[in-house]
Write a protein that binds this ligand. Structure first.
Ligand code: ADP
Ligand code: MG
Length: 276
């Protein structure tokens, strides 16, 4: 069994798992290492290839940064992983066995892939705490076990998430009154309440102050290990501060991949992206 499935901090979920409530989550087979396999993915829009024979694997627990010029296909790649866009060719697997190309967006979310879009979408007229509570209750895997009142384990999970996203001190504030950066963290927290195995973050620091960007870097690093995280960003200082392995997309396929310093020194990467 992998680390994420046996971690001890998720309250009463072991019982739920045994009861079969989290079949899909438990069924992600990462025994060979990777949690995501994209192989030969092509997506065409009216003959234009947004993705062109894209192949990529993400290891379980990895924090992967994806960079590349505008139009490189980064968001389209996330659309394919989450079932929003069907590839014209290629395969996309979650773990060894879950074929993402055969699933609906809802099924993919349920299986354990969470996605954060560029614009935060929190419930503005609810408190920070309530937003996390609502996100937890929206999780179909636990709905049957959640009564109107929160149990102690639920309270603990919310408190833990508040601490992780650095919003404990403002948990009673209306979400609408938060700063842009705080809303982004809250939305990440809402995704975390669903305990995703893989988290996709599309331009999480866009519009953030330097301080917020730095805190987001810390958050991404603390998520890695317990989740697999794929971060798409343009902010190179941010990427450099969190990067382990970096993938550079260009014209819908992988141009370069490796440690940040190697990728940054790659003449092809400098030509199409960094040199601009
Ligand atoms: P990135 O996120 O790397 O900036 P995108 O994945 O958004 O790039 O877009 C890749 C290319 O595909 C762009 O040229 C974009 O215009 C095109 N594209 C994306 N979505 C659609 C769509 N629904 N219809 C037509 N073209 C699209
Ligand atoms: Mg994009």
């Amino acid at each position: 069994m992998n680390e994420a499935a046996v971690r001890s901090d998720d309250g009463g979920s072991a019982g739920l798992e045994q009861a079969g409530m989290r079949v899909a989550r438990g069924a992600v087979d990462t025994t060979h290492g990777p949690i995501l396999y994209l192989d030969g993915i092509t997506v065409s829009f009216d003959g234009f290839k947004a993705l062109s024979n894209l192949s990529l694997t993400i290891d379980d627990g990895e924090l992967r940064c994806i960079i590349g010029p505008n139009g490189a296909g980064k968001t389209t790649m996330m659309d394919v992983i989450t079932g929003k866009t069907r590839p014209d060719a290629g395969s996309a697997f979650f773990g060894q066995t879950i074929d993402l190309t055969q699933m609906t967006e809802a099924e993919i979310a349920h299986a354990g892939i969470g996605r954060k879009f560029q614009k935060p979408t929190v419930f503005e007229r609810h408190s920070v705490f309530e937003n996390l509570e609502l996100a937890m209750k929206a999780d179909k895997r636990v709905r049957k076990t959640v009564s109107a009142r929160l149990g102690l384990a639920d309270m603990d999970r919310i408190a833990e998430t508040l601490a992780l996203i650095q919003l404990s001190a403002v948990s009673d504030r209306m979400a609408g009154s938060l700063s842009h950066g705080q809303k982004q963290w809250l939305e990440i927290g809402m995704l975390l309440m669903q305990e995703p195995r893989l988290l996709l973050l599309d331009e999480p620091v866009a519009g953030m102050t330097d301080d917020e960007t730095m805190r987001t870097a810390e958050l991404c690093q603390s998520l890695a290990g317990r989740h697999s995280v794929v971060v798409v960003e343009h902010d190179m200082d941010f990427i450099a501060s969190i990067a382990r392995k970096v993938t550079v997309l260009h014209e819908g396929s992988v141009l370069a991949e490796g440690p940040m310093d190697v990728v940054q020194a790659d003449p092809r990467v400098i030509e199409v992206y960094l040199g601009r």
